[in-house]
Write a protein that binds this ligand. Structure first.
Ligand SMILES: [Zn+2]
Length: 392
């Protein structure tokens, strides 16, 4: 008669199995520092290889756990966006599952560095490329796009452009020579947000409706910083006035579907520290575009703006105004004594105004949502600045 297995024999059996599997497993990737508790082998994700690596260290003389390093925001692409930049439409990806789906159940997910493109599927001792687009389609469905909110390895997301209800989607196009600069791109996203936040706060003050912004997306492009900056300079000529806008839209549509009526896309370009590259802001249809200056400035959340920040906020605020149906104020309302103070003419935030008739047009647009609670989570301009508004 067979004896029932005792608890002791069971534990010994499991331990033997773990030791055997640990011995079979390829060595973990240790090229980078750990940024998450529990990621013992520093592979970038927490999976079965982590307890195995820990057991290997404790009992088999394996390498010690990768040290836990807490990143500074902006240092390596880890960034907590403020609540006023919404991210609920961005789905996370199970890349471990993707590795197994694409290369079989023995495949392991590893990262060979900190960049978006450093994820690999390790099969035996070989690293194979991971198809992120296929992972999004398998895990979410055909209507979903693969996007990223930076170029750090944790920035991959799934997004369906038809999901949000009337929001502004900021998109930062990245010059090809900056695409591998993880910290530079993360800093530029924070800078772009500092400009967008002033546009959001300004509109909220003038219109008393909340303009919702998503967390900016980051898209790669095939143009270098020098080529992008040259396009901006070319817009000074009337015959090439729209070359920067057109290239931005083309770069966007190379990777993402054109926006539906539920979105307005606020485009800008990251070409390194380019605060002096400011020519060429333009808009058409559902796209508003600001030149590279908008991704190069650290603008304060409240209070006065220097001429650079005021110009960048004006570029985005003005071009978005066109996408909501506003024309140039002095053309639409000729002879109005304050038409030139409007953001739709030459008025710069935070002092820029909107005429009452412009406010009515915006309030009738579905993009201006009712204010919920005090401030709706958006930084408000000072009352003095608000009083300068034209509310007749
Ligand atoms: Zn205009």
């Amino acid at each position: 008669m067979k004896k029932p297995m005792t608890t002791q024999r069971l534990v010994v059996g499991i331990f033997t199995w773990i030791v055997f599997v640990t011995w079979l497993s390829p060595p973990p990737v240790r090229a980078q520092e750990n940024v998450r508790n529990g990621d013992i082998d520093g592979s970038g994700i927490i999976d079965i290889s982590d307890p195995l690596a820990l057991l290997g260290y404790l009992f088999l003389g394996g390498p010690p756990p990768t040290p836990l390093v807490c990143p500074t925001p902006g240092d390596c692409g880890i960034d907590e966006p403020p609540a006023s930049f919404e991210s609920q439409y961005y789905g996370s990806l199970d890349l471990e599952k993707a590795a197994r789906e694409q290369y079989g159940f023995l495949a392991r997910l590893v990262s060979t560095g900190e960049h978006l493109y450093d994820w690999k599927a390790r099969v035996g001792r070989e690293d194979k490329p991971l198809d992120i687009r296929r992972a999004v389609t398998n895990q979410y469905g055909a209507g979903w796009s693969v996007v990223s909110t930076g170029v750090h390895r944790f920035d991959w997301k799934a997004f369906r452009l038809s999901d949000p209800d009337f929001v502004v989607l900021p998109v930062m196009l990245v010059a090809s020579d900056k695409f591998w600069d993880i910290a530079g791109v993360a800093r530029a996203v924070i800078r772009y947000r500092s400009v967008l936040a002033r546009v959001q706060g300004w509109y909220q003050n003038r219109v008393e409706g909340r303009l919702r912004f998503l967390q900016p997306l980051v898209l790669s492009t095939s143009l270098t910083s020098a080529q992008w900056n040259e396009l901006s300079a070319m817009t000074a000529q009337e015959s090439t006035r729209y070359v920067l806008l057109n290239q931005c839209i083309q770069s966007h549509e190379n990777l993402l579907p054109a926006p539906g009526n539920n979105l307005r896309v606020a485009l800008s370009v990251y070409t390194g520290d380019s605060a002096d590259v400011w020519l060429g802001a333009a808009s058409t249809g559902r796209y508003a575009m600001a030149p590279p200056r908008a991704t190069s400035l650290d603008c304060p959340a409240l209070g006065p703006l220097d001429s650079f920040c005021a110009d960048a906020a004006y570029a985005i605020g003005h071009e978005l105004g066109h996408t909501f149906g506003l024309g140039h104020t002095c053309d639409e309302y000729p002879g109005h004594p304050r038409c030139s103070n409007s953001i739709m003419q030459t008025g710069r935030p935070p002092e820029a105004i909107l005429l009452q008739r412009e406010i009515c047009i915006l309030l009738a647009s579905p993009f201006f949502h009712p204010l919920t609670g005090a401030g709706g989570g958006v930084a408000m301009e000072s009352p003095v600045a608000a009083l300068l508004g034209d509310r007749r």
